[in-house]
Design a protein around this ligand. Sequence first.
Ligand code: AMP
Ligand code: MG
Length: 339
Amino acid sequence: MENVGKDIDRAAKDLILGNLVVFPTETVYGLGANALNEKAVKSIFKAKNRPKDNPLIVHVSSIEMAEKIVTNISEIERKLMNMFWPGPLSIILTKNDIIPDAVTCGLNTVSVRMPDNKLALELIQKANIPIAAPSANKSGKPSGTNIEDIYDELKEDVAYFLDDGRSKIGIESTVVKVNEDGKIVILRPGKITVEDLEKISKVEVDKNCFREVKKEDIALSPGMKHRHYAPNAKCTLLSANDKKKMIEKINDIIINSSENIAFMVMEDIIDSVNKKENVKVYNLGSTLDEVSKNIFNSLRKIDKDNIDICYIQAVEKKGIGLGIMNRIIRACEYNIVEV
Ligand code: AMP
Ligand code: MG
């Protein structure tokens, strides 16, 4: 793994040359290219096998850098930048001509954020260009939250992997758009929550965050339409409003199972899950922040362990739980069992 390390100079040079660099952010790893170089940006889509209509987020190291790529920043948008940048908030803004259509898939808006990760900020500053980057993973697969999980998947196309250990937050940024009336619309929930955003203006969560958007539907954020975060194993969301019922349901499934099955559950019920040879149990953690940090890594583990069916425990749709549930529901391809 000669091309993995902490060499920011090398990573910056590669970006300037138009090569792809995997780099850390506080949310998940990004697969980055020079956002001003159309050819480099197109190579991201090729490396990920990303649908041609799913635009990228552009990462900047300062508000001044953002101002160079967008126009007409409103008062509320500016407040969002001041309050949450650097941090896990992507804001959809009107792009200017400097941003090639390849980044935005032809839209006149671009999603921009300033990541809260020292290496990422140093890299953008050193290269002195905005970096277009989706999550570092093949399209449809769980996002990469450490280099080991994604190295084999991306090594053919990536010049350098800038390593910073495990991603702190573990799910991607909150994506918002501000309407003309000043209302903040959440297009993808994340670590910056409804309650956080309400400090600035009225907030609405787009209804498509929690339901299947068909190919022919018009979505405010194109990424909502595509298959996402799904491992090879078939996943089902288990939802119960009481812990006892959840445990009963799990042990009932275990009794009737013959395939390799797995449960992804919170720490407080692990000891109540019955042991059986064909059953694996993954610990999601004991707080919502821990679940957020572990979820993509756990989804990747179930494929390494050759699991056929995986049941994932639902969490409360509160705070970052909203973002976690948005990812789990998609990983389960809207397969939900209410207990
Ligand atoms: P990823 O970088 O893989 O986390 O995906 C970026 C997400 O941001 C996708 O869900 C995109 O659809 C969304 N996005 C990026 N740019 C825009 C835009 N201009 N308008 C709406 N959504 C966007
Ligand atoms: Mg992604």
